[in-house]
Design a protein around this ligand. Structure first.
Ligand code: FAD
Length: 438
């Protein structure tokens, strides 16, 4: 109802009610609410907009712009610009869905409602949560200030605001200490923090400053990569390129005035202070605030609790999760989203018709580990770190074809197929060209 108590039916049958308050808030109803218009949200909105009557799908997404985040690694390496990774959100959402440009604030999974930060209420029959991860800079004192200062030498490829600074730092480096970090929280694309090390190494070599530079990669992990086959190959890369690796070593503070970074060893609890000329930080990450306070929709760390195979919520069968914000133990990548989107589509359709979906997500994830400006190790694997390669060749080898797949093929597939709900990973190709591969 509006400020005077009238109800306005909107196009397509949605009812929008305006309440009497200083800020006008509205009520909406829909068959399917998709929270988040990133990789997973766009794919699911596209799929269900095709299957359900017009205006049955609402997408809740506050951002004006959509980013193809995997490109930010190459932005940090000076291969492309952040503008190339950005498109207007309106251009990637399906026209048949209704876009509410708000952020979700809270969820009531019993009443089937979500409220927005602006005060609107959305009633849904089915819900897909796809809100991804956010950077939590505040966990590292000094990091926010250092990122904001253009001359600090500190940057991150994990943000559109700072990935071009990574390239400025790398390209202006004339020798000295280059320090790289990996936090002890779940992160998206766990391979990206080391890809930027290899690009920096390659660039320093190209411009003749490598012999005056020391590169140190500090990772929370006890290994260079979680899948042994690729870890073995990457160990050879770091050895050949003379890159120092500190395992179980996590950034705790940055002192930009002294150009010092304080680390702690997670096993010994000993502190380590590293001076730096440039520092690439992979920030700690968490799910957005909305999920941090979402009660029994999430686990203790704020990740949506779904069955790792069906992707259906463990308590509320009309809720599904996709992408980085769920508690599934896979590598958080757009590649995983592509495979998950098919599973969520099938299983949610079964739920809608009163059945139980039978599709299973196998944990597929991929990580194109760029090792120079023309080579890449193409890691592909399933749950439990089992390699699962598409090409009939050893993908742990540094290859030129893998680099161009990362640089050109994957962005093409993303914009033209994944976001439109028409790409489910390379399994069909694999079945044809590598049916007996591992
Ligand atoms: P996102 O795509 O992040 O989308 C989440 C959306 O939710 C956002 O649009 C956000 O605005 C919205 N949102 C947040 N809070 C709210 C709220 N309260 N209400 C409503 N909406 C909200 N993947 C690969 O496969 N290969 C790679 O090589 C690769 N490299 C990467 C390199 C970098 C530097 C980065 C940052 C990522 C990389 N990724 C890579 C990971 C990939 O981009 C993510 O895994 C993927 O985008 C996850 O999709 P998602 O839908 O879960 O989250």
């Amino acid at each position: 109802m509006n400020a005077f108590g009238k109800i306005y039916p909107l196009k397509g049958g949605l009812i929008r009610k305006f309440s009497v308050s200083a800020t006008l808030s509205a009520n909406h109803t829909c068959k399917l609410l998709v929270i988040g218009g990133g990789s997973g949200g766009c794919a699911m909105a596209a799929k269900f907009s095709r299957r359900l009557p017009k205006d049955s799908v609402i997408v809740l997404e506050p951002s004006q712009d959509h980013y193809y985040q995997p490109l930010w690694t190459l932005v940090g390496g000076g291969v492309t610009t952040v503008a190339a990774s950005r498109r207007p959100e309106a251009s990637v959402l399906p026209a048949a869905a209704k876009w509410i440009k708000h952020a979700a604030h809270s969820i009531d999974p019993v009443k089937n409602t979500v409220t927005t930060v602006e005060g609107d209420t959305i009633s849904y029959e089915y819900l897909i949560i796809a809100v991804g991860l956010v950077n939590d800079y505040s966990k590292v004192p000094g990091l926010t200030e250092a990122l904001a200062d253009p001359d600090s030498g500190v940057s991150t490829i994990y943000s559109p605001d700072h990935c071009e600074k990574t390239w400025r730092n790398i390209s202006r480096h004339r020798g000295g200490r280059a320090v790289f970090t990996v936090p002890d929280t779940p992160i998206k694309c766990p391979g990206a923090p080391q890809k930027i090390v290899y690009l920096a190494d390659a660039y320093f070599n190209k411009v003749g400053v490598r012999n005056k530079s020391e590169l140190t990669y500090n990772t929370c992990l006890p290994v260079i990569f979680g899948v042994k086959k690729y870890a073995d190959a990457l160990m050879k890369v770091v050895k050949d390129r003379n890159i120092n690796v500190n395992y179980r070593t996590v950034l705790r503070e940055i002192r930009p005035d002294r150009k010092e970074a304080k680390f702690v060893n997670l096993d010994t609890e000993k502190d380590l202070t590293l001076p730096y000329d440039i520092l690439h930080a992979t920030p700690p990450m968490r799910t957005p605030d909305f999920l941090q306070n979402a009660g029994d929709v999430v686990n203790d760390c704020g990740f949506v609790t779904v069955d790792k195979y069906s992707l259906q919520h463990t308590k509320y069968p009309n809720i599904y999760g996709i992408g980085d914000c769920t508690d599934t133990p896979n590598s958080k990548t757009a590649a995983a989203v592509s495979k998950q989107s098919l599973v969520v589509e099938h299983n949610l359709l079964s739920t809608m018709s009163g059945g139980q979906g039978s599709r299973r997500y196998d944990g597929y994830g991929a990580c194109p580990l760029v090792t120079s400006y023309r080579t890449c190790i193409m890691a592909e694997f399933l749950y439990d770190s089992v390699p699962h390669e598409t090409l009939p060749m050893n993908q742990a080898k540094e290859r030129v074809i893998s680099y161009y797949m990362k640089k050109d093929l994957f962005p093409f597939l993303y914009w033209n197929f994944l976001l439109k709900g028409r790409y489910h990973g390379p399994e069909f190709v694999r079945k044809i060209i590598n049916p007996f591969g591992n």
